[in-house]
Design a protein around this ligand. Structure first.
Ligand SMILES: [Zn+2]
Length: 64
């Protein structure tokens, strides 16, 4: 197996209501935060965000 190291930004979506963070890549499964105000469905090819824009924020983080 070949390991391709892609420098991809680590993006999380944070719910401002409950503070839950969801990683951008949910491998095509719809993932909701604890309170259900934010839903993320993403993979390498698409990203779908459910919920009100004002309750979510983008969090960028560098993975160590
Ligand atoms: Zn929430």
């Amino acid at each position: 197996m070949t390991t391709k190291t892609k420098t991809k930004k680590e993006v999380y979506w944070r719910c401002k209501k409950c503070g839950d963070e969801i990683y951008w890549n949910t491998h095509k499964s719809m993932t909701y935060c604890k309170c259900g105000a934010l839903g993320v469905d993403g993979c390498e090819f698409y990203l779908r965000l459910i919920g009100d824009e004002k309750y979510r924020e983008e969090v960028k983080r560098t993975k160590k």
